[in-house]
Design a protein around this ligand. Structure first.
Ligand code: SF4
Length: 136
């Protein structure tokens, strides 16, 4: 099997080729050992992070952005997104808050990446949440 991946570990972006020939693994094009490891893992067990959002009740925004603390195997991404869609939290929430631990048993947590304050803390309708009601 031959596969070429672009290393994303640093801005150099080396094109790394992996040649799996029986038990022999040949790696070409990596500028360093970290890139070799990255390319090998990407070839054998590709992983991805997930960046999405969760629903926030009573927040100045209806959603808070989240991501995973660790990438998970690519084939579980859809299942992880379904799991995250079910999460509902109540404002306030802050960057770094964990809203779900150990998603799908993958040793990765879902973490907030944007603060969402309680709606009244920002003064009614000027907070981006249109309730259709007057605040005066
Ligand atoms: S192989 Fe090394 S030098 Fe090349 S992009 Fe990856 S980390 Fe950077």
């Amino acid at each position: 099997m031959n596969k070429t991946v672009t290393c994303i570990i640093c801005p150099k972006g080396c094109e790394v080729s992996i040649n799996l020939n029986g038990e022999e693994i040949l790696i070409y094009g990596a500028g360093c050992k970290r890139g070799e490891s990255y390319a090998l893992e990407e070839c054998m067990h590709p992983k991805r992070n997930v960046a999405t959002s969760v629903r926030v009740l009573d927040g100045h925004l209806p959603l808070a952005s989240v991501r995973l603390t660790e990438p998970i195997p690519k084939e579980y991404i859809e299942q992880a997104i379904d799991e995250i869609k079910r999460i509902k939290i109540t404002a306030p929430c802050y960057i770094g808050d964990i809203v779900l631990t150990n998603i799908l048993g993958m040793h990765s947590d879902v973490v907030i990446t944007r603060d969402v304050m309680v709606n009244h803390e920002r003064g009614g309708n000027d907070c981006g949440r249109n309730t259709g009601e007057s605040t005066t």
